[in-house]
Structure formats: structure tokens, C-alpha cells
Design a protein around this ligand. Structure first.
Ligand SMILES: [Ca+2]
Length: 358
């Protein structure tokens, strides 16, 4: 049962990833990235980002979005197991960065979750997480330095400035918190693509894949005292899904678009085979859009986020207790530790993405 739940979670996660990846995949081995214009209107020039990722196609599309932005400094990319195994995760991140014209370095982290389990690397994004479209030929390699050490060194170097965009399981982040909690409290913000938000899950009816892959780590992150903004699955469906016609637009846009489109090929096949024809989710790039374009966010709710770690049907569910609401039957003495994104401009999502890669 756990296996089937995981598969479902992965499938949904992958579906999102695939949408982005498809745009990429159609064949981008050249460097037209340099010709594309940078992400417009990103605020607060000089923001310092680390992307933490289990690089499947949707992660790769998010990495490219950040790498194309003029107004953020991408300090590094830390990778871990999740949608794919650790080595593939590193290769996919490197390929995405190179395509986008970024020299940001890649650091390898966790190959198993906080319980010591090896996360099942089933991917609806294809065996390489990128649509099995022969897209991944990075020229560079990952650094020797461990991902967790890189995160800690970077936060020490820029106290109060570093924003971590967590697009996979929370394992690397939780290890950094465990190793040096005081340093990690100097993180400016963790942006988490994780949880079902206020909607249904994909790993199980109540759990989303990134949390399901390592609920112990997710709980450690929520309980850390670090400011956290969560973008859940409930922000990624409906009008935010990328349609077949939009994938065609991507594939025709430039080499980056071709790459993303091709990387999503397997995800689109998976969606279609499972009765969802015509569009797919891409949660990781949507979360990155929230990071880069604050006006894209139309509503947030301050919450206490509580992650269930006990085995059973509700494992990896994240319960959000809303600030300002008095619950009748539970304590209301909460630490409101999460800003939950509750509304985004879904109709603008694809347009923003396409503009950013051009
Ligand atoms: Ca991911």
C-alpha cells in the first residue's frame, strides 16, 4: 500500500515536473539561452537564493527560471534524491544551469531520507527524470563539498540574506538544521514546494510527494523557527496547468523552450494514460514564480503547520491551523510558523514563464 501511495505521489509530482520538462526537452544542446531576455520585473535586486532540488523535469524548469533572472543571485544548487537518484539529480541540475547560461555550482546531498530509507526513485518523468529524451549532457560535474556544508557556510557568510527554495524532500534542509540550528535560524526564508496545501494530496489522499518522501525532515523544517513560505499542490491545478498548445509554444520559442517541452514528454504521456488529457501541472516552476514575482501571489494565510510523522493513513499530512481562527476542541496556543500561499494568478503563470525564457 505504501508503495502504491508513493507511486501515486510520484506520479502527480512527476506530472507537474513533466509539464515543465517537456518544454525543455525538444532539443536544447545549443546555447540560445544567452539570447533570451531575463525574467522581467523581479523585485529586490540582489536577493540571494539557494535552490534545493530532487531534479526532475519540473525542478529543471524552475532552475532555469531562476537562472534566467537578472535580479537574484543564484548562490548554488543543492541536490538530493527524490524524483530521481542523487547522481541523476546532480546531472539534471547541471544540464539545466548550463542551458540557462548559469555558472552556479551544484552540491550533492542526501541519497536517502532522514529515516535511512532509500526513497523509491520511480518517476513518471522517465528513467532520467527528464523524459528520457537524451537531453542530459552536462559539461561540468558536481562539487566535492557536501550540500549541507555548503548551505551552512553560505548562511554564515550572508546571515539574514539567504533564501532557500526547496523543490524536493526536506532532507538536506533538515540535516543542516540538525547540524547547526542557530546558523539555520539566520536563513531569511525557506520557500517550500510541499504539502497538499488546503487541498487533496497526491502521494495519498492527504499527503504530497515531497513531504511523503521524508515527513520527519519536513517536520524538522516546520519546527525549526526559520521563516517558511509554503506553496502547496492546491496552487498548481486548474488554470495553472500547462496545456498541449502551450507546450507547442514552448517548443517553438527557443532552445530552452524545446528542452523544457521535451523533458515533460513522459509526464504528459502519463497524465493522458491516466485520464487527464490536455494539460499537466508544474508545481516547482510555479513555486519559483512565487519567489521571483511577488505580485503573482494574490493571497496568503498565516498558519501553524503540523506534519504527521507517525506511520499510517495520515502519514505526511500537513495540518494547517489558521491564525485568527479559534478552534473549539484544540489548543489555540500555536506558533504560527508558516505563511501558506492561498491564491496565485494562475492565468499569468505560463505567460510569465514563456516571457522569462525568451
Ligand atoms: Ca521536485
Amino acid at each position: 500500500m505504501v508503495g502504491s501511495m508513493k507511486r501515486r505521489a510520484l506520479k502527480h509530482g512527476f506530472i507537474l515536473v513533466l509539464a515543465l520538462a517537456a518544454v525543455f526537452l525538444s532539443g536544447c544542446r545549443t546555447k540560445q539561452a544567452a539570447e533570451a531576455s531575463a525574467v522581467p520585473d523581479a523585485p529586490a535586486p540582489g536577493r540571494k537564493l539557494i535552490i534545493d532540488t530532487d531534479t526532475g523535469a519540473d525542478d529543471a524548469s524552475a532552475i532555469i527560471l531562476a537562472a534566467r533572472s537578472k535580479n537574484i543571485e543564484l548562490l548554488g544548487v543543492t541536490v538530493l534524491v527524490g524524483n530521481v537518484d542523487l547522481e541523476q539529480s546532480a546531472k539534471n541540475a547541471l544540464a539545466a544551469l548550463e542551458l540557462a547560461g548559469s555558472d552556479a555550482r551544484v552540491y550533492k546531498g542526501s541519497s536517502e531520507n532522514a529515516d535511512g530509507r532509500t526513497i523509491e526513485a520511480f518517476s513518471v518523468f522517465g528513467g532520467d527524470g527528464m523524459g528520457d529524451a537524451d537531453l542530459i549532457h552536462p559539461r561540468r560535474s558536481a562539487e566535492e563539498k557536501d550540500a549541507v556544508e555548503f548551505i551552512l557556510e553560505t548562511v554564515r557568510q550572508y546571515p539574514g540574506e539567504v533564501e532557500i527554495v526547496a523543490l524536493g524532500p526536506a532532507t538536506n534542509v533538515a540535516k543542516a538544521i540538525q547540524r547547526d540550528p542557530e546558523t539555520m535560524k539566520k536563513t531569511k526564508m525557506i520557500w517550500s514546494m510541499g504539502s497538499a496545501g488546503l487541498g487533496p494530496g497526491n502521494a495519498s489522499p492527504v499527503a504530497e510527494f515531497n513531504v511523503y518522501a521524508d515527513p520527519v525532515a519536513y517536520k524538522a523544517m516546520l519546527d525549526s523557527g526559520i521563516p517558511i513560505t509554503v506553496v502547496g499542490l492546491d496552487m498548481c491545478g486548474g488554470e495553472a496547468q500547462w496545456t498541449d498548445e502551450q507546450f507547442d509554444e514552448l517548443a517553438e520559442a527557443n532552445e530552452i523552450g524545446k528542452f523544457v517541452a521535451a523533458s515533460f514528454g513522459k509526464i504528459r504521456e502519463f497524465y493522458a494514460a491516466n485520464g487527464s488529457v490536455g494539460s499537466v501541472m508544474n508545481c516547482d516552476a510555479l513555486a519559483m514564480t512565487c519567489v521571483l514575482f511577488p505580485d503573482f501571489i494574490q493571497g496568503t494565510i498565516q498558519c501553524h503547520g503540523s506534519c504527521i510523522t507517525a506511520p499510517g493513513e495520515t502519514c505526511a499530512q500537513v495540518i494547517f491551523y489558521r491564525e485568527g481562527f479559534t478552534y473549539d476542541a484544540v489548543s489555540n496556543d500555536f506558533d504560527y510558523n508558516v505563511t501558506l500561499v492561498s491564491q496565485v494568478k494562475k492565468e499569468d503563470y505560463f505567460k510569465l514563464y514563456l516571457s522569462a525564457i525568451r
